[in-house]
Design a protein. Structure first.
Length: 237
């Protein structure tokens, strides 16, 4: 049965080993890069990114609406600097998605629903920097580690399995607080269903977008993150 849960880290432990391997591998690759020649610092350079934040989410296609499910997210990444305004980054992120509806007994509503999806996500983003503002867009692939689903009557995790992979489009706005610290706000939306509809509906939608994106469940999340940028020490011969 559903309990009022806001942050669910009960299923985090199986991914800790994977994140540990990634966390150990990336810094070695990062600090093992070639030394930049004098006069070329800041171009074709690599920075290490550490991020953490929250991920309010909802599921398009279920019977509920609103970003009521609060999850956590965090990870590590590599940023490639092409110029003062252009960069690209690839990250390895643990993120929680899902949906939540709490009962409202004072209004006679006893229905409840809770869905928590734990993903290991790999976003690839292109960023344009204008002064201190960051504008980014990209795509991501996420692997479903595990999930928990229940309503007011029972737990039905596993009864209606989710796809093991989630593919999303991300658009974001950020701000460089200083050379090391930055904040980001992004929207992330699945463009391939994460779970098909249980029953096929004989409904024809005139809108092509409705026909495309009403085939099942799709993750919609908002990402609020704080990041820390680690720049390598440049040594010149």
């Amino acid at each position: 049965m559903v309990k009022t849960i806001y942050l669910d880290f009960n299923y985090l432990y199986p991914v800790l080993k994977t994140l540990l391997v990634i966390a150990l591998f990336i810094p070695f690759s990062f600090f093992g890069q070639e030394k930049l020649p004098a006069g070329k610092a800041g171009k074709n350079a690599f920075n290490l990114l550490l991020t953490a934040g929250v991920s309010p989410s909802q599921v398009h296609g279920d019977a509920y609406s609103g970003y009521n499910k609060l999850g956590g997210m965090g990870g590590i990444g590599i940023e490639s600097i092409f110029s003062e305004k252009a960069s690209m980054n690839l990250s390895f992120i643990f993120v929680q998605k899902g949906a939540q509806k709490n009962p409202k007994p004072d209004k006679g509503d006893l229905t409840a629903y809770y869905l928590n999806l734990n993903y290991l996500e790999f976003p690839l983003l292109v960023t344009y920097t204008q002064k201190k503002f960051l504008f980014d867009i990209g795509v991501s692939a996420a692997y479903l580690i595990n999930y928990y689903e229940a309503d007011q009557n029972m737990v039905f995790t596993g009864m209606y399995p989710f796809q093991k992979f989630d593919y999303s489009v991300k658009i974001g706005l950020g701000y460089n607080i200083n050379k090391k610290w930055f904040v980001n706000f992004r929207t992330s939306n699945s463009f391939i269903t994460t779970r098909p509809n249980r029953t096929k509906q004989a409904i024809y939608y005139n809108n092509i977008l409705a026909r495309t994106f009403n085939k099942g469940y799709y993750n919609n999340i908002l990402e609020f993150t704080l990041g820390y940028r680690i720049k390598p020490t440049k040594k010149h011969d």
